[in-house]
Design a protein. Structure first.
Length: 516
């Protein structure tokens, strides 16, 4: 019988098991549908990236001689729902079966699983582009109440053989973090990323997105995401040649004017399938072997992909759907409304949000220690913050966004993913960035009129969650400092935090369960 092979927007790779040797009569389908474009208000750059990359991939498949059906968003007969559209196409081409690779979010996986006994019949295939399958991860995680990325990562190093020399870690250590984490020097030259001129296909998609999604947060101006494998490979080459050497050193630094610093900007290409995680890790490993980059940079970079990226995916598939409902710190606020406008005098937040608006990108430390940290300190509800992160970044897909936001940033899973919350006062931001010298607020003050809001919110957060956090041995030092403060000082900090929270306009929070 004739199969329909449905290819999703994050599966644009000839390496998919379903595309390695498809039956010669198979119909390959890619579908743009309104439902997927709108369930959170995705950044226009993200939608252009996905639709344009899908159109280019469809063309590449046609060039290899496959029969391809591409459903455009404005096609009159498009059902605008992914599964309904695939079933319509199956009927159109007389296909009795629909095959699809495991999608990147639980919601779609669940809907497909429920249609297994349908006609046409749905079949799910495992996505083996990752180093670790959900089953392998579940076996590794077992019944542990807390997981540690570092242990998982060492296992992945051993299993993949990446950065290993005869069963020993290359360079004699698993982790070179103590050589990383420098702040930025005053003057720094960051090489510009390669410029990908939008071709006719991308320009057509840009016009389409302007027509349909212009009300979404973000601009299309300056769109520069790779939409073909060739462009993605050129981004990878640029990173290996010009940026990797300084990646480790400035991994945690934040700049007031440089949005990308020495980060790779490869997450979007990795997540859509234009690059494979294995080839990216191997390219970095080769750079070290050939003496082009130091071990601390290469190990730090590989850890993000072979370690963190695989780890959060494992957590996602082994804990969903309950993971999405976790809210152990009982955070109840909606999102501060300035997350959609950047309209705040807090310079660090203003810059992180403006860069996000302009580029559909912020690097990890901006996400974790600026927008994430502030939401944690304010008590923003996981659903509200997750929807924002899922919407605003070009690389955002739920399997990777949710554990990072709910687990790493909001510590809403009780420490399952990360051993302590990444809460920090203005002092951390001042150390790692040059924002504070451009800010309306004074980072050295906690309670005065001009005090940096992060400071009182930080101490207030620690007080509010003393019961859950004080017994954590990694928090002992900081609770020691809190306990040494006078009652008067603690009261003044609480009052200041209350005043700040009253002045922020928070969007209405979702009701329980609205989100799933
Ligand atoms: P680099 O700094 O160059 O890192 C190299 C690669 O490592 C990245 O391309 C990415 O594939 C991987 N990586 C690094 N850190 C992580 C991590 N914590 N989890 C998973 N992979 C990682 N990443 C996404 O791909 N999609 C998301 O939706 C996403 N949401 C996030 C939400 C929050 C709140 C936080 C704190 C982090 C999130 N991340 C997400 C992880 C990380 O911030 C991005 O992968 C990274 O900033 C992408 O930029 P880059 O390619 O320049 O990364
Ligand atoms: Fe951010 Fe506070 Fe520094 Fe201003 S003073 S940039 S609000 S950390």
């Amino acid at each position: 019988s004739r199969p329909l092979i449905l290819i999703l927007a994050d599966q644009l790779s000839f390496d998919l098991p379903l595309l390695r040797d498809p039956p010669s009569n198979a119909v390959l389908a890619l579908c743009e549908v309104d439902g997927e474009g709108r369930y959170v208000p995705h950044h226009p750059q993200k939608i252009v990236l996905l639709f344009s990359a899908m159109r280019h991939f469809a063309e590449a498949l046609r060039n290899r001689g496959y029969q391809v059906h591409y459903s455009g968003l404005e096609d009159a007969d498009n059902c605008q729902d992914l599964l309904d559209e695939a079933e319509r196409l199956a009927r159109l081409y007389h296909c009795s079966e629909i095959h699809v690779t495991r999608p990147g979010d639980w919601r779609l996986h669940e809907r497909i699983s429920q249609r297994r006994d349908h006609t046409p019949q749905w079949h799910l295939t495992e996505d083996d582009r990752f180093f670790c399958s959900p089953d392998e991860f579940a076996r590794w995680a077992g019944n542990r109440r807390q997981l540690r990325m570092e242990h998982f990562y060492r296992n992945m190093r051993r299993e993949s053989g990446i950065l290993m020399e005869n069963d020993e870690p290359a360079g004699g250590q698993w982790n070179f973090d103590h050589d990383n984490r420098e702040a930025l020097p005053n003057k720094l030259d960051v090489p510009d990323p390669p410029r990908h001129q939008p071709d006719a296909t991308t320009r057509e998609v840009m016009a389409l997105v302007e027509r349909h999604f212009s009300d979404h947060f973000g601009t299309l101006k300056g769109f520069n995401w790779a939409v073909t494998r060739r462009q993605a490979l050129s981004d990878l080459r640029h990173f290996i040649r010009h940026l990797l050497i300084d990646f480790g050193r400035y991994q945690d630094a934040i700049s007031d004017h440089e949005p990308f610093l020495f980060h790779s900007r490869l997450s979007a290409s990795l997540n859509t399938g234009l690059l494979s995680p294995r080839e990216v890790c191997q390219a970095a490993e080769r750079a070290w072997q050939e003496g082009h980059a130091p071990i601390n940079a290469v190990e730090g970079f590989i850890r993000q992909i072979l370690g963190w990226r695989e780890f959060v995916r494992g957590v996602y598939w082994s804990r969903m759907p309950n993971y999405k409902r976790e809210n152990r710190l009982r955070a109840e606020r909606g999102l501060p409304d300035f997350y959609w406008s950047g309209d705040t005098r807090m310079r660090c937040l203003n810059r992180a949000i403006t860069m996000t608006h302009d580029n559909a990108y912020a690097h990890h430390i901006q996400r974790l220690m600026v927008t994430g940290n502030f939401a944690l300190l304010c008590g923003v509800k996981p659903e509200a913050l997750c929807d924002w992160y899922l919407a605003v970044y070009a690389d955002a897909h739920e399997w990777v966004e949710l554990p990072n936001t709910l687990g790493m940033v909001l510590h809403a899973d009780g420490g399952y993913l990360g051993s302590k919350p990444y809460c920090a006062s203005g002092k951390y931001i001042d150390r790692m960035s040059d924002h504070c010298r451009h800010c309306h607020y004074d980072v050295k003050q906690t309670t005065g009129d001009n005090a940096c809001p992060f400071n009182s919110l930080y101490w207030d957060f620690l007080e509010r969650h003393e019961r859950e956090l004080a017994k954590n041995h990694r928090m002992k030092l900081i609770y020691g400092s809190l306990h040494r403060m006078s009652d008067e000082r603690r009261r003044a900090q609480r009052d200041k935090a209350r005043q700040i929270l009253e002045e922020i306009h928070f969007e209405p929070a979702y009701g329980q369960g609205d989100h799933l």
